[in-house]
Structure formats: structure tokens, C-alpha cells
Design a protein around this ligand. Sequence first.
Ligand code: AMP
Length: 281
Amino acid sequence: MLVLNDPQAVQSQTSQWKKQGSIAFVPTMGSLHEGHLSLIRTIKQRADVVVLSVYVNPTQFGPSEDFDSYPRDLTQDSDLCIAEGVDYMFTPETSDIYPKGPGTWVEVADLSHRLEGASRAGHFRGVATIVLKLLNIIRPDLLALGQKDAQQVVVLRRMARDLMLDVEIVVGSTIREDDGLALSSRNAKLTPEQRQAAAAIFQALELAQQALGDGTTDPVALISVVQERIEQEPLLQVDYISVAKPDDLEPVDGPIEQGALLLVAVFAGEIRLLDNIVLVP
Ligand code: AMP
């Protein structure tokens, strides 16, 4: 595996890589876990060359968010990438990605301001901007994203469509701990007590799915089921719970239809945890 950090050098090599076949790209912020590795495994079946980036992008963090304390472990990341057969690891520096500071932004209208966007102003502007930059550097055929960050998938799909990007988005399913907690690099920051409480998040989503299966098709009632379960854990605070349409994340206001998403964001202390499921009526 080659580790590269100069965007210009990468950009000048991708036409060579293209000669080996199709290129798949997995953007990450590092501190890799089974969720990332499962994305690599999924995408590797579809492409000849796999490129994974590790870059903690400052422009998607708000001023009071955890950019400085975000977990970083490049040595372990590189070992894991080697073991998974990643061909190129791209680890750029901010001075090369934003040489003159952030200038041009990609703003995906409306969608970016709901849910995560409402709680984290500017977050998706940062995400869309960095992902477009990375796509322009690497020029992959396939872009691998995790369903764990469902809104990110919807925002980036819209960006790809609106800007006519020639890339296919492949979505990998959410990988969970044995007790259901969705894997996240931020889980490492939970205290043992918070970690234990955090299992309630997925339990709450499952309870809602169960209620739907039992005939509760009203989104408001399902949201209450989730809220009640999470509120039983004093160490967790709900930020939002939403039942939303999968293509634009508008709230569902009638009976649940196939494909509707149930999304939650929860705080355990300062640590923000996200999860979602696709509801099956
Ligand atoms: P991150 O490093 O958190 O920016 O995540 C990089 C990619 O991995 C994103 O597309 C995430 O959605 C995906 N990802 C993160 N956690 C998981 C998980 N538990 N299961 C599947 N994909 C994940």
C-alpha cells in the first residue's frame, strides 16, 4: 500500500491508476473501526483500485465542536488498511487542502439545514466542500459511504446529481456493537457508564420498529416510543428524533411508507451519537 499526502501528486497519478481499472474511494476521518473496514470490503468487490482518505476536515466542525479532540491514530489506520488490501491511503494536510483558507464552498440547499444541519450550522457545507475536493483529486468511479450517516448520504447524493458528478455512490450498511450501538470513532470517548447507556439508542429504534410492526403507523407515536426509551437513561440527552422521507429528509406527516427513515441524534455528555434505521411497515 502506498501512503500519499500531496494532493497534486495524487491528482497526477490517478490517470495511471485508471489504467488498472475502476477506482473506488472511501473518505474517512480515520480512527478506523469495523464500520470503515466493512465499507472497504463492500467496495473492494466492485472496483480494481481502492483509495481511502484519512482527513479530519476542520471546515465541517463548528467552533465549539470536537475538532481538536477528535480521535486520531494514523499508524493503526495504516496497519488496518494494509490488512484490508487498500491500494492507496491519502492523508493530506490542511495547508494543502485549503492553502489560502477555505474560499469556495459547496452548499447543498435546504437538505443541509435540517436535522444535523439545524444542530450543526455549516456542517454539511464543510462536508460537501471537502468531498467534492477529494473527488476532484482522486476522480473515482465509485464513492463508498455508510448508512450510519444517513443525512450525509442524502446530501452527497444531491450534490452529485446537482453538479452532474460522474461517480456512483455505494452505501454500506451500519455496523454495530453486540449490544446494537452503531460503531463510531467517537465511541472511544464515552465513559464506561455512558457507553452502557448508549445501547439504549438502538434499542429505542428497535422498539419503534416493533411498534410499527404492531400497527402504530403514526410518526408522532413512533417518535414518542424512541424518546421514552432514551429518556430512561439519565446520561443521554435527545437532540432530535425524526421520521423522514428518504430522498429529501422532509418529515413524514402521514402513515409510514416503505423506505421512511427514523433518525436520532443523542448527546452523552459532550459526545454526539447518531443512528438511524429504515422503517419497514
Ligand atoms: P467518518 O470517519 O466517521 O467520517 O466515516 C467515514 C465513512 O464511514 C462514512 O461514510 C461513514 O458513514 C462510514 N461509517 C462510519 N461509521 C460506520 C458504521 N458504524 N457502519 C458503517 N459505516 C460507517
